[in-house]
Design a protein around this ligand. Sequence first.
Ligand SMILES: [Zn+2]
Length: 319
Amino acid sequence: MATIDPSWYKEQFTIGLVAAICTAASATLVQSLNIDQMLPDPNTLAASLSVFQLKQVPQRALPLAMASEQRVEGFVQELATQQTKIEANFTFNPPKLFQGKTIEEVPLKSQEKVIALTFDDGPWKDHTDSILKILQDNDVKGTFFFIGQHLQQFPEQAKRVVAAGHAVANHTWNHHYHNVDSTIAAKEIGDTNNLMYKLTGAKSKIFRPPGGVMDNGLVAYAHSQNYVVAMWSSDAREASGPTVETLVNNVVSSASPGGIVLMHDGGGDRSTTVAALPIVITQLRQQGYKFVTLPQLFTMKQQDEESFTTATPARPSTP
Ligand SMILES: [Zn+2]
């Protein structure tokens, strides 16, 4: 009859002990950092932790308890670092300068030729992915204004948008144009945010009212919650049924430094937008534009303001 070496039991016990310590330490950290509210997506965390555990804590290779404390400390530290990175990458909060404000463009003092491409009414079947491919091929990051019910219909597309490093924002659940009271407004914006967070791990306090309607209660609510209401300065005007050439011209002829371009990846057949986008990017680049996301544009403006307020005062004029 085969016998089992008693040291095997000892090793198994040690592995179990270390695993228990790791679990307890993680639970404590999660509690102290309120991680359950901050983390983007339980699946994302689980995936990153399991990778981490595989890389950092190969259980069979662990020596006995003497090394376990250091390992646990390292584990906890790494968990906190990972958490900070995840949080920073997936939270789109405007700087104070923009909170509760409405903007149409964000010109910089330097007149730097930056421009933000934004895409409304997605995620959407096919067209969101086509636009993602074009942006990737051209090394451009954009900002996507999601509709809640479309997030529900096309969750995988939404995940791909965030995974590709684009910024995301809120465009309400139902895309209402009619008047809403503050309870409905809170639900329209809140439900969309909640689903966006659940699916992608992203949080955003950037809002655009459906149809650009400013006075139906949605913008008032968004302002009260310190959202930045991001309108636009260039419009592809897809609703007018333009040809590819006209759509390109609609955007390019109205482009300006610090401008915000409105296009659509969802809400209908966007094949004209898909066909026009590579031309828009090429022509704007030829004019010297660099593409930024809205959060990047906000940060640039904030730095602009800071450098202005800390700049040396102008020399007094000579008599
Ligand atoms: Zn819309």
